[in-house]
Design a protein around this ligand. Structure first.
Ligand SMILES: [Zn+2]
Length: 266
């Protein structure tokens, strides 16, 4: 079993959301409800408020430093269009790509918004490639519309997709190789207050899942972690990612990236 680490870049700053969407308003309300219902600690709550005031809700640099220190190849998905609380500009995209490319073993692909038609997929791909300054061969949808997805995606120049969450080996549909997401922060870390006992529970559930993946002979274990959560303001997510990487490293699993995989053999 090989490990593929991926990161979705949904937010780059607080400011991009002002007058564009309701992400910040919803976030303030959500955090307050989570504090009042005892789902987060007061420290986390205060740190989240501080993040908003400091216009700092992106942790690309910190995450890259962590991955570099641990020798982890990372695959980032970034957007070139806006939609569904994803509101950063193409200028911000350029800055993010520049930062990510300054790190070795970091690969960038499209975080897709549009998939209703082939034309929309191609248009979005071309915009992204202008910023990436090279061909883009992979995609992960920000939110997935399942109808005709693979049919629309085929013959648009894409080689692989990684949008679906399930425990399954990569498979081919309409000429596209699908790499299902095995672990995702928001699905595999329950919303419980951060403390020793709860975190032990989270770790055990993750260990059980890794063991199951190994047992069924999963070839690629795909992790999706949002850089947004590489922060002490989100203790469970933050510590879970660090634990997961450390555990897989200690167990001597090898890490790979989409670019190293021979796709024609899948
Ligand atoms: Zn997303």
């Amino acid at each position: 079993m090989k490990i593929i680490v991926t990161h979705d870049v949904d937010h780059l700053s607080v400011n991009e959301h002002i007058f564009n969407d309701l992400y910040i308003e919803k976030l303030i309300l959500r955090d307050l409800i989570q504090l009042l219902t005892n789902k987060i600690t007061i420290t986390e709550y205060n740190l989240r408020i501080k993040e908003l005031l400091k216009n700092k809700i992106s942790y690309l640099k910190e995450l890259c430093e962590f991955n570099l220190k641990n020798n982890i190849p990372a695959n980032f998905f970034l957007a070139s269009k806006k939609g569904r609380s994803l509101s950063y500009s193409n200028k911000q995209l350029d800055d993010a790509l520049k930062l990510l490319k300054s790190y070795e073993n970091t690969h960038c692909y499209l975080h897709g918004i549009k998939n209703e038609t082939k034309e929309k997929i191609i248009e979005e791909k071309l915009i992204f490639e202008k910023h990436l300054k090279t061909k883009n061969t992979g995609i992960r949808m920000h939110y997935l519309a399942k109808n005709n997805f693979f049919k629309n995606l085929s013959k648009t120049g894409y080689i692989f997709d990684s949008s679906f969450y399930e425990i399954k080996n990569p498979y081919r549909v309409d000429g596209i190789v699908e790499f299902p997401i095995t672990f995702m922060d928001v699905y595999d870390v329950p919303l419980v207050k951060y403390n020793k006992q709860n975190f032990e529970f989270i770790k055990n559930e993750t260990l059980k899942k890794i063991e199951y993946c190994n047992k069924i002979g999963l070839k690629y274990l795909v992790i999706d972690f949002h850089d947004r959560y590489f922060s002490k303001a989100y203790c469970n997510y933050f510590n879970w990612y660090k634990f997961l990487i450390q555990y897989l490293k200690n167990k001597k699993f090898s890490f790979t990236s989409f670019s190293e995989i021979e796709m024609n053999k899948i």
